[in-house]
Ligand binder design. Structure first.
Ligand code: ARG
Length: 463
């Protein structure tokens, strides 16, 4: 038991080892651990703490271990606790110089470093998955700029929008997610190496050099290192930030999933999900269930839970490193894995989804959707909006009484609710005209939406 040598006379009980180990899940950090060790070894050589021959032996050994792990031939030992001890022990078995590698370093700054390195790469991957999903949304939106559907508030039909406009709403959400991730990556991009266990090291290690080697630099190429050793070994803000961004992304994915579930129901019938993204029922032969969307909605619970678990984990910790912090990794990995799976599956599902334009058109033909436009027409005739709203409300009530649609009222009936209604009242029921009139930025009007489609095509162009 390497970690206890010297101070302890016996190894821990088997049950204790199983309880305290993290290698079963943190072995995932092996690449970053080796990367960090190579940079640290370089710093030690530069400080005169490793000879060139020792450095070469360490570098060669670490690279060989990397190849062994990549090939699946490395034997991970639970009794060596974590990824750090496993790799260091394997190195020392290969070369005695391995025993010098941990000079001026602790697992506390080592694990903080590995996680920052891992997260930096992972965020780039999540961002690329986000882009793929945004492209799938754009592709589905583009041909549907003039396929009108009812827009809903309170899940009650409100006003007409286009299918494209509805889908583009999600592009906005995912774009904010993208920016949040960029922000998170920026704060993760600071090197904690050299903080030691808590109080740094009296040895002359060049922290800036290590940071530069590991790519912890700003836009000008200047190294970025943590500024307080106590904060550096106990800070997991970057993990929380990522899991918070992930939780919000999961919420966005869940809302999109809910829309797709509703739309694919017979009651809405706005879309048809592809067979590949639906499942049958073991009992009811006619069923096509939107399980992928449902699981995406369901998994958001896990991702939100991961954030809560992390915040709870951190809130009562005294300074500085406490073993509790080992519990951060599974929450982090699970958030990343779950989010990425949901992003990819949702993108795949959308790329095979068909919009049922006929059903959309039929739903959007509901003349009541244009009740607000009727009031706006009165406003154009200088009727105060409150009065216009009241008048149209009375017209709606009248049509309900008569068991007719709103656009079936006669001119006499219109004038009975307000004298400002003229023969041109029927013009308000021209859906295409109503949608042409909505020209302001951000509105669902044809031109405004086409403008957005062009903008998104530019933003999402593969580089
Ligand atoms: N496996 C540990 C973790 O994940 C590494 C750091 C251990 N440090 C220590 N002092 N026991 O947090």
């Amino acid at each position: 038991m390497v970690s206890r040598s010297g101070r302890f006379t016996s190894g821990p009980a088997r049950e204790v080892a199983a309880f305290t180990e993290s290698v079963s899940f943190d072995q995932r950090l092996w690449k970053q651990d080796i990367q960090g060790s190579l940079a640290h070894a370089d710093t030690l050589r530069q400080a005169g703490l490793l000879s060139s021959a020792e450095y070469a032996a360490i570098a060669k050994g670490l690279q060989a271990i990397g190849r062994e792990i990549a090939a699946g031939k490395f034997r991970w030992r639970q009794d060596l606790e974590d990824v750090h001890m496993n790799i260091e022990a394997a190195l020392t078995r290969r070369t005695p110089a391995g025993a010098r590698l941990h000079t001026g370093r602790s697992r506390n700054d080592q694990v903080a470093l590995d996680m920052r390195l891992w997260l930096r790469d992972e965020i780039a991957g999540v961002q690329s998955d986000l882009r793929t999903l945004q492209r799938a949304l754009l592709q589905l939106a583009a041909p549907n700029a003039e396929v009108w559907v009812p827009g809903y508030t309170h899940l009650q039909r409100a006003q007409p929008v286009s299918m494209a406009h509805h889908l583009l709403a999600y592009l906005e959400m995912f774009e904010r997610d993208f920016q949040r991730l960029a922000d998170c990556a920026d704060r993760a991009n600071v090197c904690p190496l050299g903080s030691g266990a808590i109080a740094g090291t009296p040895l002359p290690l060049d922290r800036e050099r290590a940071a530069r080697l590991l790519g912890f630099v700003d836009a000008q190429g200047k190294p970025r290192v943590t500024q307080n050793s106590m904060d550096a070994v106990s800070d997991r803000d970057f993990v929380v930030e990522f899991c918070a961004a992930g939780a919000l992304m999961a919420v966005h994915l869940s809302r999109l999933a809910e829309d797709l579930i509703l739309w694919s129901s017979r009651e809405f019938n706005f879309i048809r999900l592809d067979d590949a993204y639906t499942t049958g029922s073991s009992l009811m032969p006619q069923k096509r269930n939107p399980d992928i969307a449902e699981l995406t909605r369901g998994k958001s619970g896990r991702v939100i839970g991961n954030l809560m678990a992390l915040l709870t984990l951190l809130k009562g910790l005294p300074m500085t490193y406490n073993r509790d912090l080992q519990e951060d990794k599974q929450r982090l990995f699970d958030t990343a894995d779950t989010i990425r799976a949901c992003l990819r599956l949702t993108a795949g599902m959308l790329s095979k989804t068909r919009v049922n334009a006929a059903a959309c058109r039929q739903a959007a033909a509901d003349p009541a959707l244009l009740a607000t436009d009727l009031a706006d027409d009165l406003v154009r005739k200088r009727v105060p909006f409150r009065e216009a709203h009241h008048a149209v409300g009375r017209a709606v009530a009248l049509s309900e009484q008569l068991g007719a649609d709103l656009n079936q009222l006669t001119l006499k009936q219109w004038q009975s609710v307000h004298p400002a209604f003229q023969r041109d009242v029927t013009g308000a029921f021209d859906l295409a005209r109503a949608m042409q009139r909505r020209t302001a930025t951000g509105s669902p009007g044809s031109a405004a939406v086409k403008h957005q489609l062009t903008r998104w095509t530019r933003v999402l162009k593969p580089r």
